[in-house]
Ligand binder design. Sequence first.
Ligand code: DC
Length: 251
Amino acid sequence: MSIAYNKNKAAVNDPSLQDNVVLTPPLRKMIIAVDGPAASGKGTLARKIAERLNYAYLDTGALYRAVALATLEMAGEPSRVESVMPAVDIIKRNLTTALLESPVLRKPEVSEAASKVAAIPEVRAALLDFQRDFAKNPPGDVGGAVLDGRDIGTVVCPNADVKFFVTANPEARAERRFKELLWTHPLITLERVLSDITQRDKRDSGREFAPTYPAGDAYLLDTTKLSANDVLDTAIWTLHKKFLAETGANI
Ligand code: DC
């Protein structure tokens, strides 16, 4: 089932729902998948859902970025499997939250390289177990896991309890990314960011293995004209309905 954002608009426009939705998550551990293209707002949404529900959060794009950074640091070629696999081994042995949250991973050259390493099937296969294990056994005393990426709902966790696919038009995404990057890259231009995003979209959606596309049972959220809070409200409304059906709990 795919529900386009417009069908959920009532949730955003209904002030009582925005402020008062009480989520009663099921007792078993839940898996929430949040997929979408670069700068669509999926990371912000996934993080906020995890905070709201006290779930563990994994930014799977950061795994590919960490592999890309390690490859570049070893003067490797990000499109060549022989260059990248040693970097995968290093990252798997040295994975820390600090590394996954490092601002260095957000550099444009790392983004570009990440999209190349992510197209290599051996790299994807080597990172699969870690992601699945995180989803099934999230760290800490939490009620579940939220993973964001490109193929969480289709490949990593096809049985996720709730799947969101977050999109926005390329211009809106480029503008968001441009504003973020200006802090660290004052010379960057909007044109360059748009061109990078378009190229990465092409590579991420056109690749042979685990290309970016919405799972058939994902809820589609178009964030082009929405604030981060509106997107969160819509997602929370969707989760509320899902949890209500599972637990029978009332609000
Ligand atoms: O979400 P992001 O921009 O941080 O992702 C970085 C790169 O990794 C991007 O080119 C897509 C790729 N990626 C992927 O192929 N599969 C994922 N689950 C997550 C990210």
